[in-house]
Ligand binder design. Structure first.
Ligand code: 3HC
Ligand code: NAI
Length: 707
């Protein structure tokens, strides 16, 4: 009792007439922590034993019903009661239990609702079983109750995608019994409960529902889902287990099905994929909390300017238009402006062709777009993003114009990939308004936005950049100024490691395959072919003068570029793309060029296993990631992780390169680097941060709390 008075239960119950109103009040999202589980079980016991109670209504306080199990408890010793037991207790209640849903009813939250006897949702409710996104499966009876309630096909679709269904869709699926007429979830829930009581509605158990009665249809849905999942969820652990659980729901008794689900759930809970995905979940929330967002309020951004209508300018304009912002684009001349507009229209025309947008919707969006060849059109915009050629002189000329025309307080951003934003800022009269907004290509699709923070920038400008990211639904990562910021700086190093491997004997095709098998969306040479070899070539030529002459330099890429083989856009690069093919085929001529380069460099090729390749590739990535943190370019290791997961196709289920390093063990990574350094000590210099962490016997995770 004493401990209860110190920690009041997050589950309150009070009698409303004959209805016991059970309220889960556990901010921020009513996650099912041990106290919530205890409170729910106690409320049901109370309802059973109290004659005045004839029905139970479960609701959530605040903005959500229940967002699911408490993710922060995963990996800690389990504390009873387990959620499946709580759900069984709810379902077994002899008095009707009603769940009234608003906001998030996700994962374990929806499982609580499925264990109730009747369900109501109000508009705005989000119902889903998103466990798969955390490397899990619904582990509180969800895999057994959902198919019984709504059929195997619909349940599998929800569980394998993890998507959220609206109240209306949930009604259509049979996931809820009704949608409230108003959004007052409490009033709607109480009214529904009264109605059920008046009708003498019985306790109706989902375990007895008949959604699997058509066994053939269910088996067909299971077989189809298994085939599709094996193809689509390459490398993932939990999706096939979800299919297995639904098959158990079809074939076994409810109790045996629950036991099977529990076993699979625990296996997922133990998997490194679960740890990686949950790391990614928290990391992508942590990156939003930059110091400037705590200490400053963002400036208003209602209008946007974009300078340059090329690949990036057009993509950024689409991202802003999609977010409802009016956009003014500036180009050099009318022809370039027309091209910029055409780039934008092409994106929407693609959606129309796929039936995902109507021509009217496109017209409505484009009504927010204006173009001009005069900078004066930017006089009133709140924020401008420059995306012109990657040349300092061109950028500084653009910023001089912005300085001349923009209203005081306008935020002036550059999308530069590598250039020194401090130098851009210092060249105008208002350096405090200059920030880097490094989008990734295609900018309307890629989620990552590096927010590059120059020395003189005002805190509220940085806060504005984070606010813009939110508006554009991007994942922002704060980065310091250096050559390549976080992502491209690290990329340059592991790309070099790959080039070394190639010159030493691995083919680009083997390297790409090893990298894909590790879980990346693409290998480095596929990426090079997609992005266009000319861009990297121009950068290498620019840097040639300042390159350390002692540093190893692999010339294979230059040999391809000299032949005009820039990748997909020229029909060949590392791969051949006959007749505009999107997937390349290996090119014997490239292999011959590589052989010739090896001979020229005096290298006798040796063979590498895929594991050898990945050890070097990842060691290079991790070591430079550590340098980026050590130099304070990234606030924490988790910022590097989010950059790679959202900008470079790093497998999310491994959490990011720094999380992966912790999984392998930093001492192992350091030992690898020292081993590789025996042949090339200049390239393989252990990061001081890595050395320090190994000496202290700790890991990258220990630094994630500190910023
Ligand atoms: N457990 C613990 N903390 C959680 C949580 C959860 N399930 N869901 C969200 N939080 C925390 C967030 O980390 C964040 O904390 P912070 O303020 O310290 O950063 C805070 O709640 C608010 O979250 P968001 O910033 O994401 O708030 P939004 O309003 O944007 O989104 C949401 C709310 C839609 C509920 C979103 O948080 C979400 O999708 N949560 C995860 C839902 C989920 O995956 N549930 C399944 C869990 S696994 C499970 O239930 C297993 C079961 O089958 C046994
Ligand atoms: P791009 O060559 O496709 O487009 C540049 C556009 O800028 C052209 O349309 C050109 O007409 C216009 N332009 C040049 N000078 C101008 C001026 N003075 N005033 C107005 N418009 C002018 O180049 P891209 O790829 O869009 O790159 C733009 C910037 O974005 C560069 O800084 C680049 O480093 C950066 N970036 C590029 C990425 C990519 O993958 N392509 C990714 C992230 C950043």
């Amino acid at each position: 009792m004493a401990s209860e008075s110190i920690h009041p239960s997050p589950v309150l119950h009070a009698l409303h007439g004959k209805v016991l109103l059970v309220t889960v009040d556990h901010p921020p999202v009513n996650a099912l922590s041990v106290d919530v589980r205890r409170g729910l079980a106690a409320a049901i016991e109370h309802a059973e034993s109290n004659d005045a109670v004839e029905a139970v209504l479960i609701v959530g306080a605040g903005r959500n019903f229940i967002a699911g199990a408490d993710i922060r408890e995963f990996g800690l010793p389990p504390q009873p009661p387990a959620l499946p037991d709580v759900c069984n207790r709810i379902e077994a209640c002899r008095k009707p239990v009603i769940a009234a849903l608003h906001g998030a009813a996700l994962g374990g939250g929806l499982e609580v609702a499925l264990a109730a006897h009747y369900r109501l949702a109000v508009e705005g409710a989000k119902l889903g079983l998103p466990e798969v996104q955390l490397g899990l499966l619904p582990g509180a009876g969800g895999t057994q109750r959902a198919p019984r309630l709504i059929g195997a096909e619909a349940a599998l679709s929800l569980m394998l995608s993890g998507r959220h269904a609206s109240a209306q869709e949930a009604l259509k699926l049979g996931l809820v019994d009704r949608v409230g007429a108003s959004d007052d979830v409490l009033a709607e829930g109480l009214a529904y409960a009264q109605e059920l009581l008046a009708a003498h509605a019985p306790a109706r158990r989902t375990r007895d529902a008949q959604g699997l009665a058509n066994r053939e249809a269910a088996q067909a849905a299971i077989d189809a889902a298994r085939a599709e999942t094996a193809k689509k969820s390459r490398g993932l652990f939990s999706p096939l287990k979800i299919v297995d659980c639904v098959e158990a729901a079809l074939r076994e008794s409810f109790e045996d099905g629950l036991r099977f689900e529990r076993k699979q759930f625990l296996a997922c809970l133990d998997s490194p994929q679960r740890a990686g995905l949950i790391h990614a979940f928290f990391a992508e929330r942590e990156v939003q909390k930059a110091p400037e967002t705590r200490n400053a309020s963002p400036r208003a951004i209602d209008t946007l300017g974009v300078v340059g209508g090329g690949t990036m300018g057009a993509g950024i304009a689409v991202a802003a238009l999609d977010a409802g912002l009016p956009v003014t684009m500036i180009e050099r001349d009318d022809a370039s402006l027309a091209r910029g507009r055409a780039h934008i229209e092409k994106v929407y025309d693609g959606l129309i062709a796929k039936g995902r947008m109507t021509p009217e919707a496109k017209a409505k969006i484009l009504a927010r777009f204006t173009g001009s060849t005069s900078y004066d059109a930017l006089a009133q915009v709140d924020l401008v993003i420059e995306a012109v050629f990657e040349e300092m002189a061109v950028k500084q000329a653009v910023f001089a114009e912005l300085d001349r025309v923009c209203k005081p307080g306008a935020v002036l951003a550059s999308n530069t990939s590598y250039l020194d934003i401090d130098a851009i800022a210092a060249s105008i009269s208002r350096p405090q308004d200059v920030v880097g907004l490094h989008f990734f290509s295609p900018a309307n699709i890629m989620k990552l936005l590096e927010i590059v923070v120059p020395k003189q920038v005002a805190a509220d400008v940085v806060a504005t950049a984070f606010e813009l990211a939110k508006k554009l639904r991007k994942v922002p990562v704060r980065a310091g100024v250096c050559d390549g910021f976080i992502g491209n700086r690290v990329l340059a190093v592991y790309r070099a490691a790959a080039d070394h491997l190639m010159e030493d004997g691995a083919s680009p095709y083997q390297i790409d395959k090893a990298v894909r098998d590790f879980g990346f969306a693409m290998g480095p040479y596929q990426v090079a072919d997609l992005a266009g070899g000319d861009i990297g070539w121009a950068t290498r030529k620019r840097r040639a003068a300042t390159r350390d002459p002692k540093a190893r330099y692999v010339q294979i890429a230059d040999r391809l570029c000299e032949r005009g083989w820039f990748g997909q856009k020229t029909g060949r690069g590392y791969y051949l793309y006959p007749q505009g093919a999107r997937t390349g085929t290996p090119d014997p001529e490239v292999e011959a060029i590589i052989d010739a380069e090896r001979a020229r460099a005096g290298i006798t090729p040796r063979s590498f296993t895929d594991e050898d390749i990945m050890r070097r590739y990842m060691a290079a990535m991790i070591n430079e990631g550590a340098n980026v943190v050590h130099d304070r370019i990234a606030l924490r290791p988790l910022d590097v992780d989010v950059t790679f997961v959202y900008g470079y196709g790093f497998p999310r289920y491994r959490g990011g390169p720094m999380k992966y390093a912790d999984t392998v063990g930093l001492a192992t990574i350091l030992a690898d680097i020292r081993e590789f350094a025996k042949a090339d000590p200049l390239f393989w210099r252990p990061s001081p941060l890595l050395v320090e962490l190994v000496e202290r016997g700790t890991n990258f995770a220990s630094l994630n709390q500190s910023a």
